[in-house]
Ligand binder design. Structure first.
Ligand code: GLC
Length: 732
């Protein structure tokens, strides 16, 4: 892959188009509209009335909201060149209808871009990104993105606001569900794979869509895990932890970035010229386009850095935001500011150039319309369903197993927990068009696989426990399978939780099953790492199934009954308690490293170790690591290790390589993931696995923000997870 870049012939076409455009038409290209002014979400009548009362919308807009579909169409605005792109509008016929107006009825015929949040599937829903990241499978990351692109493109969409690349270390933050977890290295390989999957190597391919690296940047560093909160971090942390996946996306040719809602050290990302100019343009050489988040330009007033919408629009345009997502600050104020000289027209032209460059790169001037016959052929096709099932199986993490799994299909099974049979709750956050009735629940899968069972919901996230029903349904069972976790809207945007244990009576239900001495298999269906220590203690086995998408039920059955040997590994640390957040494996040692000593870095009311560490996951077989060799060559470390499957079942093992810079001029993390490789091993098979680590990747930023690799001792750990003990030292 190569960076998204300009092309001489296209630039000439853009020049000639720019010369013809009025200032109003230029501002129109920067205007992105959606079904509502807060970014594509349905808003209640009460909320509309409140927004009207607060002056956030005009009477005219209020009237238009009352007829939502009128708001979506905005045909007059398209005709007069006041709309450059849409957010959240789909359906090939509808998009073609609007496109026809732009191409055939507006003065210059500039085509529209249709953007959408295609985060983990479009109609066929794949596991939420946090789940899929636990597969550590770059081919899978790419394949699911490509399948999502095929379905979205057939639905008239040109551009997805994905991948979300925010490193997240705090499970209270609901959007931890949307990213690839806590590690910069893994998230970087995830980023590259997703950009490849969405964009392919020919952006004009009608089955591919433009990708968007978001949210730029450090949105996941929100203080307290509270969504939209400030991110206050050092530049070293910014570049060592949060920047890597965004750099990887740029190197992979991502076409767009999205600015984050948060302020970074006091400057909102939407008006942050350090980020949007110095970093993105000067350091990374990015030539694509930056879109604001929904209303994030207008929100600079609430941030207290813009006096009004005009000031916010001016700051954002000068800082480098090319498209204003739904706040209309550009449309309403930029033309006058340019005509008055308050904003140089060159600044406006640069933003318009980026938009036109994107539209040319996508091929929209040559082929603005979508083939309307495709949608029914590709949506939820058997290949996509099979991929969704494979992705779900590879994302589910076996957390505990005393040997009860895999289960036999002929034992007497009792199933409890209402999440066992609610398809829509399996789909997870950012499911815009996936449907519950198209989703395979656990109950559906047991039935289609002819496995006999008895079922009673007994309890749910918001449904109180029915003790009688529980006693009645488990009384004759050989084993109980309990599905517990979160509803899908408990994670994702605007879903931060102060308590990340199991809600309601779910723990109590598991405790009662434990008290009955019935063997218990607990299946977690959730969107974030959870403090599930109680559930684990009551259970003989625990499978982290996540919000696994359209084929969740089939994937759970495949694993519980041994048709698939679980291979997933956690990409976020699981805490013992909500109060341990933020918690992550790649922390520094501190002067009082965590230990049994009272006066050390720890909580005195919580265990020293997390519930489950980064990289952790069980299999139905076991793997042993031996004979670790590390050779320091000129600019790489060559690492070789022997891995043996010493169980009686074939399996996939993710060999993980961590590095510690033992002594440096700045405290360095006790471990940092610097390599991984997924291998398949038959029972008894031994493989020699080699990994190479560029020496240049072992550096850090010093006080002057220079990237340096200091000489000295480095410890290389290789094994099954971030607590691997097999280690070799090397001196560089
Ligand atoms: C939302 C999200 C962003 C999404 C956008 C459009 O508020 O922050 O991730 O792409 O609005 O829906």
């Amino acid at each position: 892959m190569r960076k998204f870049c300009s092309d001489l012939e296209i630039e000439r076409k853009i020049d000639s188009l720019l010369r013809k455009m009025t200032v109003e038409e230029k501002a129109g290209q920067l205007n992105q509209v959606g079904p509502s002014p807060v970014g594509g979400f349905e808003i209640s009548l009460e909320e509309k009335q409140k927004m009207l009362a607060e002056g956030k919308i005009t009477e005219e807009e209020f009237d238009r909201f009352l007829s939502e579909e009128k708001w979506d169409e905005q045909e007059d605005d398209i005709r007069t060149g006041r709309v450059g792109s849409f957010l959240g509008v789909r359906d090939a016929r509808r998009c073609n209808h609007l496109q026809k107006i732009a191409v055939e009825q507006s003065r210059l015929g500039i085509p529209l871009l249709f953007g959408m949040d295609v985060i983990h599937g479009h109609r066929t829903m794949f596991p939420i990104p946090l789940a899929e990241s636990c597969s550590w499978d770059e081919t899978l990351f790419e394949r699911t993105a490509q399948a999502a692109a095929v379905e979205a493109a057939a639905d008239g969409i040109h551009w997805t606001f994905a991948p979300m690349l925010d490193i997240a270390r705090d499970a209270r933050w609901g959007r931890i569900a949307e990213g690839a977890g806590e590690d910069p290295y893994l998230a970087s390989r995830y980023a590259a794979a997703k950009v490849r999957g969405f964009q392919g190597d020919d952006l004009t391919d009608p089955a591919r869509i433009l990708a968007c690296a978001k949210h730029f940047i450090a949105y996941g560093a929100a203080i307290g895990g509270r969504d939209y909160n400030s991110a206050d971090i050092s530049l070293q942390t910014l570049w060592e932890v949060y920047m890597p996946p965004f750099i990887a996306a740029c190197e992979s040719g991502v076409a767009t970035y999205m600015a984050a809602f948060n302020d970074l050290n006091g400057i909102p990302c939407s008006v942050n010229s350090y980020l949007l100019q110095d970093v993105l343009r000067d350091k990374l050489g990015f030539e694509g386009l930056v879109v604001s988040d929904a209303g994030s330009i207008w929100e600079c007033i609430a941030h207290g850095v813009a006096a009004d919408r005009k000031d916010a629009g001016k700051q954002a345009l000068i800082a480098g935001i090319a498209i204003d997502m739904v706040s209309r600050c550009y449309l309403d104020f930029v033309p006058d500011m340019v005509l008055s000289g308050e904003i140089p027209e060159e600044r406006l032209d640069e933003a318009v150039r980026q938009v036109l460059r994107l539209k040319y790169a996508k091929g929209l001037f040559d082929q603005p319309y979508t083939d309307e016959t495709l949608e029914e052929k590709v949506t939820l096709c058997p290949e996509h369903r099979a991929l969704a099932r494979d992705a779900a199986r590879k994302s589910m993490v076996l957390l505990k197993n005393n040997g009860i799994l895999p289960m036999k299909k002929d034992c007497k099974i009792a199933v409890v927990g209402e999440l066992s049979d609610i398809g829509s709750e399996m789909l997870g956050t950012w499911t815009l068009y996936g449907k519950g009735e198209e989703t395979v629940t656990f109950i559906d899968a047991l039935k289609t696989q002819n496995i006999s069972f008895v079922y009673a919901p007994c309890c749910g996230v918001e449904t109180p426990l029915d003790r009688q029903a529980l006693q009645a349904v488990i009384i004759d069972a050989d084993v109980v399978i309990a599905m517990v976790g979160e509803l899908r809207d408990m994670s994702g945007e605007a879903s931060s939780l102060s308590y990340i244990g199991l809600a309601g009576d779910q723990d109590e239900m598991l405790r009662l099953i434990k008290e009955s001495n019935k063997p218990l298999v607990t299946v977690l269906v959730n969107g974030r790492p959870m403090a599930v220590g109680n559930a684990v203690s009551y259970s003989d086995a625990v499978l982290e199934a996540w919000h696994g998408g359209t084929e969740t039920g089939n994937a759970i059955v495949d694993i519980l009954f041994g048709d698939y040997n679980p291979s997933a590994r956690l990409t976020t640390t699981f805490p013992n308690a909500s109060g341990e957040c933020p918690i992550y494996y790649n922390h520094v040692s501190t002067g009082r490293p965590t230990s049994d000593v009272r006066h050390s870095c720890k909580y005195i009311d919580s265990p020293l170790k997390p519930l489950y560490p980064f990289g952790y996951g069980l299999s139905y077989t076991t793997y042993t690591y031996n004979n670790l060799e590390v050779k320091a060559l000129e600019d790489t470390l060559e690492v070789i290790v022997e891995v043996m499957n010493d169980g009686n079942m074939a399996g996939e093992e993710t060999v993980q390589l961590y590095v510690q810079d033992v002594l440096a001029s700045r405290a360095r993390p006790v471990r940092e993931l610097k390599g991984f490789k997924k291998i398949c091993l038959q029972p008894g098979e031994l493989q020699k696995v080699s990994l190479s680590v560029p020496v240049n990747s072992l550096g850090f930023y010093n006080d002057s923000m220079e990237y340096i690799v200091e000489p000295g001792e480095f410890k290389i750990y290789v094994g099954h997870d971030s607590e691997a003990e097999l280690c070799q030292s090397v001196v560089l």
